[in-house]
Write a protein that binds this ligand. Structure first.
Ligand code: DGL
Length: 268
């Protein structure tokens, strides 16, 4: 039986977006094996109810437990917002989400503590980011949030840096300009891909993309629990599972991760 240290890290998202976290963890912790689940048959999560998201997340966790992972990263902002507490209570392994790391990063880079948050409808309605800002930054922090539901389909259809995307960004983000925010949390896996357009609209402010900070958090947690896999020679393996369309995912993920990957379909 594999020792606990040699077990993989589980990472899941509603689809492809969580691969930003995979990429970052592979750079930061190259010896670690990774099992990724992208719930492509049921994406998007961002407009679904809490009950549904919690059910999906538990189904994926059951899959992760069978895969004998040593910890799980919920790379999806919507699933982190709505299901993290329930997952943490239920499973005997560490489960971390992307909300706290994103907030910690925002608080560390913001000078005036006026922070904007953008995310899916379900993430924004859950107020997960606001609660975490108040918890970690205190009452003196000011936050302004907005859901941007058209951003995900724009990214999925590769409308990345053109006039339509700029107009949509202007429509959503225009109101932030009068708020004097110096930091904007990109609270959805897809939004970092629109960084260029968001920068054009918002000018010179800090854009927080949590994937890098999350990998640092994973590293710290594994060290603390003595779960880090040390191997100077071997590159960790990456196994990807999806609930739909293996070929589409393989080609998109291969381009993004710049490596040949194995993708299998598993319907939960
Ligand atoms: N992964 C989701 C998130 O980060 C975005 C895509 C979706 O709506 O499922 O909130």
């Amino acid at each position: 039986m594999k020792s606990l240290k040699n077990r993989p890290i589980g990472i899941f998202d509603s689809g492809l977006g969580g691969l930003t976290v995979v990429k970052s963890i592979r750079q930061c912790l190259p010896s670690e094996d990774i099992v990724y689940y992208g719930d492509t048959a049921r994406v998007p999560y961002g407009n679904k109810s809490r009950t549904t998201i919690v059910r999906f997340a538990h189904e994926i966790m059951a899959f992760m437990m069978k895969a004998r992972v040593k910890m799980v990263v919920v790379a999806c902002n919507t699933a982190s917002s709505l299901s993290l507490r329930s997952l943490k209570k239920t499973y005997p392994i560490p489960v971390i989400g992307v909300i706290s790391p994103g907030v910690r990063e925002a608080l560390s880079v913001s000078k005036n503590k006026r922070i904007g948050i953008i995310g899916t409808k379900s993430t924004i309605n859950s107020k997960s980011y606001e609660k975490e800002i108040l918890k970690l930054g205190g009452k003196a922090c000011r936050f302004f949030s907005k859901s941007c539901p058209l951003f995900v389909p724009l990214v999925e259809n590769k409308f990345l840096n053109n006039k339509i995307t700029y107009d949509v960004a202007q429509h959503y983000l225009g109101e932030f300009k009068s708020r004097d925010i110096d930091t904007l949390i990109l609270g959805c896996t897809h939004y970092p891909i629109l960084k260029q357009v968001i920068k054009k609209v918002m000018g010179n402010i800090n854009l927080v993309d949590s994937s890098f900070v999350v990998s640092k958090e994973v590293q710290m947690l594994l060290d603390k629990k003595d779960l880090t896999r040390f191997s100077k020679k071997t590159q960790g393996t990456l196994k990807i599972f999806v609930s739909d369309d293996v070929e589409g995912f393989r080609s998109a993920a291969g381009i993004f991760l710049k490596e040949k990957i194995m993708v299998k379909k598993v319907v939960l």
